[in-house]
Design a protein around this ligand. Structure first.
Ligand code: HEC
Length: 450
């Protein structure tokens, strides 16, 4: 049946040559599990595109409604929390996949001639990925989003000369507000995806023109055994993309998808409080892939600060971009590129070292949001413990609240606080008269109990 349809289409559209062009690409040195990271990255990008489109159905990019619309996605939309989870963890997974892809290309020296342009397009794609991460982070408009973005924008402002202008362009005005949100939204869902699709097409086009790099070339044939080895290599000189590489890529995409699904179900990504521009005490913690940088910033102060906020990153990206022209060593085998490999190792040790220190610092101080602390004080002041027990202390008139944050959501708690009898008919819990912000604090405290 499928065969027949294919034949029918083939007679009209002449698909056969395209099929051959797509599947028969020779891979020098044969197929390998090492080559799967590019397609894993592509797969994750497509997943982001799909989940992002569904999130956009409900998301409202205004400071008044953004937070509530995400809340609504999380609590009321069928599969809403799941799709948001996929989008959130998909972004993290994409950073991992692209990182591994770049490492592999670096290790195999695959950025060297004639693939310089392909590498540069790849670096541009990496920058676009970071721009996706940065612009997407603001969209939920919670405290984390607001203050992390504020810090990012302030850093841009330290660039001499053009800093102020850049900040105005990014922020769309004098302060982080409605204009910033719509601009980040447009960037995130229109500009960046279209630019990325274009560059992916270019990346793949170049791949097809120059061919995959495959294994590093055989060592110069010195001596007899070298010649024999080279001969053996030449015999499995290349293998077509289909079927083995296609199969490997498909397996890895399946595994990557299952991992992201697992994370979306197992590690929900909660919202913090709604963004409060006047609460300057809020200390945001960036996404894990920016942690090493965030940690690095802690070590530089005063006149050295621009070094970390823009000089080092600018130098890093410039070197990365022009790497094929800076690294003039023609060899591709890692053994014959000791400097490049050492630099790579130093870089990785630095990044992961800083990340480890940062994680340790974050987890050694329990992070309690000020709102939760205020809620806890209110709980004591209003003597809720007369009727309720939390982790063993308090009365037993009302239900144990030790894990209240697991069972109830924000809306339910607020409705219940406003009118206990309305929500639980016959309840003897008094309706406390609370201000809006007290209600918010108490609810946040309840939600933190899990
Ligand atoms: C006079 C006793 C009494 C006091 C005081 C009291 N509660 Fe309650 N509370 C109850 C009872 C009884 C229930 C169960 C019926 C209901 O859901 O309203 C309850 C239910 C709740 C629930 C819902 C539990 C659930 O998930 O079903 C929460 C949350 C709660 N109380 C929080 C508080 C807080 C916070 C305070 C202090 C501001 C407080 N209560 C003060 C008696 C009390």
């Amino acid at each position: 049946m499928i065969q027949a349809v294919y034949q029918w289409l083939d007679q009209r559209l002449r698909l056969r040559p395209i099929e051959e062009m797509l599947l028969n690409e020779p891979i020098p040195g044969g197929t390998s599990w090492v080559y799967v990271f590019g397609s894993a990255t592509l797969f994750l990008f497509l997943l982001q595109l799909l989940t992002g489109m569904f999130l956009a159905i409900y998301y409202a990019p205004t400071p008044d409604h953004a937070y509530d619309s995400v809340q609504f996605i999380m609590s009321s939309v069928t599969f809403g929390a799941f799709v948001r989870g996929l989008h959130h963890w998909g972004a993290s997974a994409m950073v991992v996949a692209i990182g591994l892809h770049m490492l592999q290309v670096y290790l195999y020296g695959a950025y060297k001639p004639p693939r310089e342009v392909m590498w540069m397009v790849g670096v541009a794609l990496f920058l676009l990925t970071l721009a996706f991460a940065f612009s997407g982070y603001l969209l939920p408009w919670d405290q984390k989003a607001y203050w992390a973005t504020q810090i990012g924008i302030n850093m841009v402002g330290t660039v001499p000369g053009i800093g102020d202008a850049l900040v105005r362009i990014i922020r769309g005005g004098d302060h982080l507000g409605a204009l910033t949100l719509t601009r980040f939204f447009a960037l995130h869902i229109l500009f960046l995806p279209l630019m990325t699709l274009g560059l992916i097409a270019l990346h793949l086009f170049i791949l097809r023109r120059v061919g995959p790099a495959g294994l590093f070339e055989e060592r110069r044939t010195v001596g007899k055994s070298g010649a024999v080895r080279a001969e053996r290599r030449r015999r499995i000189a290349s293998e077509p993309f289909y079927p083995r590489q296609v199969f490997m890529d498909a397996v890895v995409m399946g595994v990557v998808f299952l991992i992201v699904v697992g994370l979306a179900i197992g590690l929900p990504f909660p919202l913090a409080d709604k963004a409060n521009p006047s609460d300057t005490s809020f200390k945001p913690i960036p996404e894990w892939y920016f942690l090493f940088y965030y940690q690095g910033l802690k070590y530089v102060h005063g006149p050295l600060e621009p070094l970390a906020t823009w000089i080092l990153p600018a130098v890093f990206y410039a070197v990365l971009m022009f790497l094929p022209f800076i690294d003039r060593n023609p060899a591709r085998h890692p053994v014959r590129r000791p400097t490049a490999i050492l630099i790579g190792i130093f870089f990785l040790v630095g990044v992961f070292g800083l990340m480890a220190v940062s994680l340790k610092e974050i987890y050694s101080v329990p992070t309690t949001e000020p709102s939760v602390v205020r809620g806890q004080e209110l709980y004591a002041k209003l003597q809720c413990n007369g009727c309720h027990r939390i982790h063993g202390s308090g009365g037993a008139v009302g239900p144990d609240l030790s894990y209240e944050g697991k069972g109830r959501d924000r809306n339910w708690l607020i409705r219940h606080f406003k009118d206990p009898q309305g929500v639980s008919p016959g309840s003897i819990m008094p309706a406390f008269s609370l201000t809006v912000s007290e209600l918010d604090d108490l609810t946040n405290y309840m939600l933190s109990l899990r």
